[in-house]
Design a protein around this ligand. Structure first.
Ligand SMILES: [Zn+2]
Length: 167
């Protein structure tokens, strides 16, 4: 990544941050909540900025987190629907370092990040529609090593499942 790319990425991240802040404050004011000027820092003279009253800000920011999480699930659903693997999803979730540190398969960490860890009595699942056979699939995670044993719901003639069987 060049310096220009890094700068552009930094700028894009900052813009996203400001848009989220603006959406949160917009939500608060729509519900007749209060915004006020507060110092950016209590220990250094960095000027002031507008903030929601803290408790109203917490409730609105929590809503934004919920929306972002919903968007994350939606993209993961699409990725799995397209035939991308949990390992690929794990890379996009930036879990490679953690996988190395915990000495665990990246694919399993990715699944657990999205679906929760579950346990023997109540295993976690994640649902998506197969882009090949168009059936709803209950994904039990990448633990058995083959889609036939991990993904329930593909049609008997699903081409994607057949391809996976051959490989
Ligand atoms: Zn299928």
């Amino acid at each position: 990544m060049t310096t220009t790319d890094t700068n552009e990425r930094g700028n894009a991240e900052a813009t996203m941050g400001w848009k989220i802040r603006s959406a949160v404050e917009g939500f608060v004011t729509t519900l007749d909540g209060q915004l006020r000027e507060r110092p950016i820092s209590l220990t250094a003279d960095l000027g002031t900025h507008t903030e929601a009253e803290p408790l109203e800000g917490i409730a609105a920011a929590l809503l934004a987190v919920g929306h972002a999480r919903g968007l994350l699930y939606s993209y993961v659903r699409t990725a799995r629907s397209d035939g991308l693997t949990w390992r690929q999803v794990g890379k996009a979730l930036a879990l490679e370092k953690q996988a190395k540190h915990e000495e665990r398969p990246l694919a399993e960490l990715a699944f657990e990040y999205i679906a929760g860890a579950g346990d023997a009595w109540r295993p976690s699942t994640f649902g998506w529609r197969c882009g090949s056979c168009l059936q709803m699939v209950t994904d039990r995670g990448p633990y058995n090593g083959h889609p036939r044993d991990d993904e329930y719901g593909h049609s008997a003639s699903c081409q994607r499942l057949r391809r996976a069987r051959r490989s």
